[in-house]
Design a protein around this ligand. Sequence first.
Ligand code: GLN
Length: 264
Amino acid sequence: MKKFMKDLLATTMVFAMATSLVGCGGSTEPAADDAAATGETLIMATNAEFPPYEFYEGSDVVGIDAEIGAAIAEKLGMDFKIEDMAFDSIIPAVTSGKASFGMAGMTVTEDRLQSVDFSDSYATGVQVVIVKEGSDITSVDDLFAEGASHVVGVQTGTTGDIYATDDIEGDGFGTVERFPKGADAVLALTQGKIDCVVIDNEPAKEFVAANEGLVILDTEYAVEDYAICLAKGSELTEKINAALAELIADGTVQEIIDKYISAE
Ligand code: GLN
């Protein structure tokens, strides 16, 4: 079993444990102070460089997360505001209380669970590999093959960065180049500066559609759960989970996803 698979398994187990802890340990009383702490405005920290989950349409941040976030705020009777920031600033914004929660196609990982809590998962993400057509990398396994030496592009602080740093750079199969945005990594790939990009599948599809000569490998690097991150111990977690469950049950979440991701 590859190391990242084991890590992922551990993550899933920790996540399951954390979820069940929230399930049995939490209070059922409504938490009045959470709303007060954010002045009745739910502030969502995101990185609007991740289509179709969050991206700019004119000066507005739109996308799956933006709409689910807004629907949650509506359910909770709170105003809603989105703060756009670097991906690796989202967790600090949440832990410092500058944002009520972070929602950015964010994967639940064991590491992140050390500093934040996560809501129940609302979507699945897959880490995929983008290459130039005709690349010598034809499957994910080529990245870990004997003698492999590739320059792998990622977005700083994402799980793609974490896996590639660990599995590829850490194990001597090449180097990792970190970019502030996924789109910057893809641009470097089109310019032949790097050999591939490890990134989530939905933005990958959009970037490949927008650039000639790129393909996504058929094999998956890792399968992950997306969830909302919150300050540790926040009573908002329970309220968000309740709102999310209703929005999943009544089909709203699926409707939002279908609006942005066409069925294949
Ligand atoms: N799912 C990846 C992560 O959580 C990437 C998220 C993103 O770039 N917005 O690290």
